[in-house]
Write a protein that binds this ligand. Structure first.
Ligand SMILES: Cc1cc2nc3c(=O)[nH]c(=O)nc-3n(C[C@H](O)[C@H](O)[C@H](O)COP(=O)(O)OP(=O)(O)OC[C@H]3O[C@@H](n4cnc5c(N)ncnc54)[C@H](O)[C@@H]3O)c2cc1C
Ligand SMILES: NC(=O)c1ccc[n+]([C@@H]2O[C@H](COP(=O)([O-])OP(=O)(O)OC[C@H]3O[C@@H](n4cnc5c(N)ncnc54)[C@H](O)[C@@H]3O)[C@@H](O)[C@H]2O)c1
Length: 461
């Protein structure tokens, strides 16, 4: 089959792929985007946005139950999971329409099917509708993302556990949900499903929740889960699973104890979607874990082939994929942009939220970076007091004196995700911590807490 030639072939329509397609298309370049699944990738369909939609529904359920505390009387509260799903799906459907419209407006050719390399910059697509096409790009861009990993536990695959994809489409309330993994996906779903009314147990292999964060963060999240009625078992490994998720399950742990449950959600990290790509036939090297090897310009080992987003081993957040798109866009269009040294903020959308940017205390210690710590309880911020939401803390890492730069910031508490941007902006501008300490912030806002926080920075290292 003679290949069809395009200036640009993009595999995967996720965050990085779609923005690159729309940008190059608008510049009048020929672009083909190959997508085997949902148009627009994980974020709008099965990840960030639908989870935040459902989490907000769970917050409403929690607030209604708590209404009495605020002097509001309600009747008996019931959760309709079908309506929760319908609200989520309506948002996802609206976004699908926006995506399709953008693809059409940009003059991009959307090729629905699975692509794999058959030669340098040459992709064979097994079309979802049947048949195949062979596309050759002057440039090829990979944005194939990752999927939920399935740990090799005997009986796990046969139990048909849910991943985040199925959990977002439940339409019913699990009686007892077991979640394998106490990371981002596990914690966000655990709290939401518990608030809707499920019994929830988290089984986490490591000894801490969100184990890449500082121990005080893991401890605070453990306390939150405990207060919400989520059972957390740390340092446990499932040795075998029997039964079917959605019906009845027996999960045997190392050591022999057994947990009986009705539903199982696997949230134990991600596996890159490069295993079906025949990357070697395109001259594209993968690392030992299957991520595409790239340099800091996101060029792969093959001439004219770039990789972006999670498949390129970038931090697993949508805003990072978006920044990868900007790095590639600028490099392709004649500029020079690198991923090196970029500041990566992130938020965990539990209630309250966890937000972080820059160095953590553990990282500073490991890297031998001298620092000062400022820390206050969220309860000192009057805005949090007005909302009866005193849980959590604000913590900043400042360089050792006389260097007054802010090295890192963590907030666990109400509005943490919005507060994060203020400190990140100061960090991007290279402002000394004293600028925030002495800043005049509106009252009563959470930002006011930044003046309180930075006033706690020790003057001497
Ligand atoms: C439950 C959950 C919640 C999350 N919440 C957040 C959040 O709140 N904030 C945040 O920043 N991040 C969040 N993330 C992470 C975020 O979703 C990802 O980092 C982001 O979507 C990754 O985008 P990407 O560009 O790497 O590609 P993806 O969005 O993963 O897109 C890759 C696309 O490639 C397609 N594809 C794969 N192989 C092929 C092939 N061979 N041929 C054709 N097409 C192919 C796939 O179908 C997919 O559509 C969440 C993740 C999960 C799982
Ligand atoms: N709010 C957000 O931005 C958001 C939300 C969800 C996901 N994400 C992204 O998606 C990524 C993947 O999320 P995730 O929760 O799947 O992974 P994760 O890496 O955050 O957490 C995985 C957890 O599973 C545990 N684990 C691994 N194998 C296990 C096993 N066999 N049994 C029990 N526990 C096991 C690990 O100890 C770890 O605590 C995150 O790292 C994050 O970057 C972001």
């Amino acid at each position: 089959m003679t290949p069809e030639r395009f200036e640009n072939v993009i595999i995967g329509s996720g965050e990085a792929g779609k923005y690159l397609a729309w940008t190059l298309g608008k510049k009048g370049q020929g672009v083909a985007v190959v997508e085997r699944g949902k148009i627009g990738g994980a974020c709008p369909n099965v990840a960030c946005l639908p989870t935040k939609n459902v989490i907000y529904g769970a917050k409403v359920a929690a607030m209604v139950r708590e209404a009495g505390r605020f002097g509001v009387r309600t009747g008996p509260v019931a959760v309709d999971m079908d309506a929760v799903r319908a609200r989520k799906q309506a948002m996802v459907d609206d976004m699908q329409a926006v995506h399709l419209n953008n693809f059409h407006a940009g003059g991009t050719e959307l090729v629905l099917g699975e692509g794999r390399f058959v030669g340098p910059r040459t992709i064979r697509v097994a079309l979802n509708a049947g048949g195949e096409r062979v596309l050759q790009g002057d440039r090829v861009f990979l944005d194939v993302g990752t999927r939920a990993s399935l740990p090799p536990i005997p009986g796990l695959a046969d139990a048909r556990p849910m991943t985040h994809v199925e959990a977002l489409d439940l339409g019913r309330l699990p009686a007892h949900l077991v979640i394998l993994g106490g990371g981002y996906v596990g914690l966000e779903f655990a709290q939401a499903l518990r608030r809707f009314g499920s019994r929830v147990t988290i089984l986490n292999r490591s000894g801490r929740l969100l184990d890449r964060e500082d121990p005080d963060v893991s401890e605070a999240l453990l306390q939150l889960m405990d207060d919400e009625g989520v059972e957390v078992r740390l340092n446990v490994a499932a040795a075998a699973v029997e039964g079917r998720s959605g019906e009845a399950l027996r999960i045997t742990l190392d050591g022999g104890s057994v947990i009986e449950a009705t539903d199982l959600l696997v949230a134990a990290g991600r596996t890159p979607n490069t295993d079906s790509l025949d990357a070697d036939r395109g001259g594209v090297e993968l690392d030992g874990r299957g991520f595409v090897r790239v340099n800091d310009r996101l060029e792969t080992t093959a001439d004219g082939v770039w990789a972006m987003g999670e498949c390129a081993g970038s931090p697993q957040f949508t805003h990072v994929s978006f920044d990868d798109y900007r790095v590639v866009r600028d490099n392709v269009l004649g500029g020079s942009r690198s991923t090196a040294g970029r500041l990566v903020p992130y938020c965990l959308f539990t209630d309250p939220e966890l937000a972080h940017v820059g160095l953590s205390e553990s990282e500073a210690k490991a890297q031998g970076v001298p620092y000062r710590v400022a820390r206050i309880p969220t309860a000192r911020v009057l805005r949090a007091v007005t909302s009866s939401a005193p849980r959590g803390f604000l913590k900043a890492l400042v360089a050792a004196a006389p260097d007054d730069r802010i090295l890192g910031f963590t907030a666990f508490g109400v509005e943490a995700s919005e507060l994060l941007a203020a400190v990140q902006t100061a960090m991007m501008g290279g402002m000394p911590y004293t600028a925030l300490r002495d800043g005049l912030f509106a009252h009563p806002t959470m930002a006011e807490g930044l003046a309180l926080l930075f006033a706690e920075t020790p003057r001497i290292p």
